[in-house]
Ligand binder design. Sequence first.
Ligand code: APR
Length: 237
Amino acid sequence: MKPDVQPNKVVVLSGAGVSAESGLPTFRDSNGLWNTFSWQELASPDGWKRHPEAVLAFYNERRLQAWQAKPNAAHAAIASLEAAYEVVVITQNVDELHERAGSSNVIHLHGQLAYARGTSEMPKRYRIEDAPISMGQLCEEGTQLRPDIVWFGEEIQFFREARMHVATAARVLVVGTSLSVYPAAALLNVARSRAQKVLVTLDVDKWPFGFTFLRGKATQVLPNLAARWLSEAGRVA
Ligand code: APR
């Protein structure tokens, strides 16, 4: 039995492309992080085991960069939808630009740079904002602190909750993601056929069935889309 679609619910699935115009690099574009660095060495449990110092340095740099970045017009457009809709932002991004733009319901599937966690079975999380993590820095249970980031091969966070939100959304907006990484990309499979589904990105090699594709930069496409959706709800942008 499928859950009911909530007519006033908008779910946004965002990826690195939504933060690109805030100066944060994506992963798979020509100048993306995984074309510069090796994810096997820096974003995997194996890489952490082999050289934790290099992993800590990589994330310390990214944490500082993300902390200094500013939300852009795309983050603001998404936040503005809350004036008329119940908006759930499901992001693969580890920055806090959606929150800083005013989005109040953000689910981070791949973790957050502003947090560290221990390396025990049930690790505690610590908000560290832009502070670096160093070798020998331990959690209160005495284990080495690590970035609170989901590495390749680790289980993503809040997936069941995210699926439920996509399955009950009347509008699904996918922005700035190559849909290359699972299970995040599989969330689109539960979007309802009757939901309005829009994909905003620069180039698409995976065009999910039933989605309208709006090619363009997120800061150029989203303000108009948000204004249209707000006027459909009887609200002026
Ligand atoms: N506006 C809109 N889309 C953009 C922009 C922009 N200004 N700039 C880039 N894009 C698009 C690219 O065309 C591409 O489709 O954003 C997408 C970025 O894709 P990726 O670099 O693969 O990033 P993402 O999809 O978020 O990666 C998912 O992979 O490595 C893991 O954990 C990492 O969360 C990340 C996951």
